[in-house]
Design a protein around this ligand. Structure first.
Ligand code: RB5
Length: 366
């Protein structure tokens, strides 16, 4: 059987024991980490990966381990299609299969010894689902899941807008809004806020563990697992955000896109577009400080998509509700990250209260 495994640091050792047991019995293991008991990590990061693998049928079953098993089971049961059973004994392990058709077994490494855990795993893998009246009960759970997730999907049909309201971001944004702030300070602040935002946005970048030598000993450390990133500023104001982001992710490639509005068709046309050759393999941050009407950001994303871009997020400093609505209408699959959502647009298309024209303030052109 193909089995997905995952643990946090507290469950690491027991997970490794279980992997050995599974391998010895001829199962194929898809291990989603973590890879050490030494470094404290957050169980949802690892549990969700394995649960997703089961939910998407990459694996037939999953086994998750944390200290008590509680956190992992709470996390795994949030994944649609998952029935995760936290079992501390043989009886509940058997019943979780027989009556509940549990597709994930969760164990508490600080609760169970390795022998009891092995017995639970064997019993859980061997026990078939009884079906019959138990199927009706499970069907009710699935029906509820379908109902509620379609409600959530409908609510999210406009896409996800994440406001990064870290105190440092809010403070710096306040400085940027002030019309007395000089171009030089404004430029520095844009870079700083862009960097702080991307620091938050990249918090789920996958890591892998490698062994290194410190001056004192051999140890394992985490390193980014080679996720490819691209930054695409929308000309010209987007340029002001690039350096701040590159400071954090210096290996990201930078594309550029410039748009103008065709006076006849009123449609945005790209007058310049140069993207990394492997854009389709990269996670792309489209950056544009002001999401006002949403027209140019939406058009930029469409043009990048036409040229092969697949996974995109829009990173803006300020947005107007009108811009968010329009952007999400055109690109419901693209998340928007902003430092603040302002009140409205004025008759000239400026965000209110806003910060003025970001391009002019960056480059001192007014
Ligand atoms: C980690 O200390 C611990 O909180 C975690 O492994 C788990 O028990 C959470 O439910």
């Amino acid at each position: 059987m193909k089995i997905a495994t995952a643990s946090d640091h507290a469950g690491y050792r027991l997970k490794e024991d279980i992997k050995r047991l599974l391998a010895g019995e001829g199962h194929e293991i898809l291990d989603y980490g973590t890879a050490s008991g030494e470094v404290s990590v957050d169980y949802p990061d690892w549990g969700f990966r394995a649960a997703d693998a089961v939910a998407s049928h990459k694996a037939e079953r999953g086994i998750l381990v944390c200290g008590t098993g509680i956190g992992m089971s709470i996390a795994a049961n949030k994944v649609r299609g998952i029935r995760a059973a936290l079992c501390h004994d043989h009886f509940t392990a058997v019943m979780s299969r027989r009556h509940n058709d549990a597709n994930i077994l969760v164990l508490g490494a600080r609760v169970l010894g390795s022998d009891v855990a092995s017995d639970i795993v064997r019993a859980w893998l061997a026990e078939p689902f009884e079906g019959g009246r138990h199927s009706f009960r499970i069907d009710k759970i699935s029906a509820y899941e379908d109902e509620t997730s379609s409600t959530h999907e409908a609510a999210a049909a406009g896409g996800r807008t994440v406001v990064i309201d870290h105190p440092l971001v809010r403070h710096k944004l306040g400085l940027m809004r002030n019309k007395e702030t000089s171009s030089k300070d404004f430029r520095d602040l844009v870079q700083e806020v862009a960097g702080l935002m991307v620091y938050e946005i990249t918090r789920h970048l996958p890591l892998e563990e490698v062994e290194i030598e410190t001056p004192v000993a051999t140890t394992s450390v985490f390193t980014l697992s080679g996720k490819k990133l691209a930054i695409v500023p929308v000309l010209r104001a987007g340029l002001g955000m690039v350096e701040g982001i590159l400071k954090l992710v210096p290996n990201a490639k930078v594309g550029h896109i410039g748009l103008y509005r065709d006076p006849k068709t009123l449609k945005p046309v790209d007058y310049y577009c140069k993207l990394p050759a492997d854009i389709s393999e990269r996670d792309i941050f489209v950056v544009d400080p002001m999401l006002a009407t949403g027209g140019s950001a939406a058009a930029a994303v469409s043009h990048i998509r036409e040229r092969g871009g697949k996974r995109m997020s829009l990173v803006s400093l300020l947005a107007a509700p009108e811009g968010i609505a329009r952007f999400h209408q055109e690109h419901p699959d693209v998340d928007i990250y902003v430092a603040a959502v302002d009140s409205n647009l004025d008759d000239h298309g400026y965000i209110v209260p806003g910060l003025g024209d970001a391009g002019d303030r960056l480059f001192g052109t007014k």
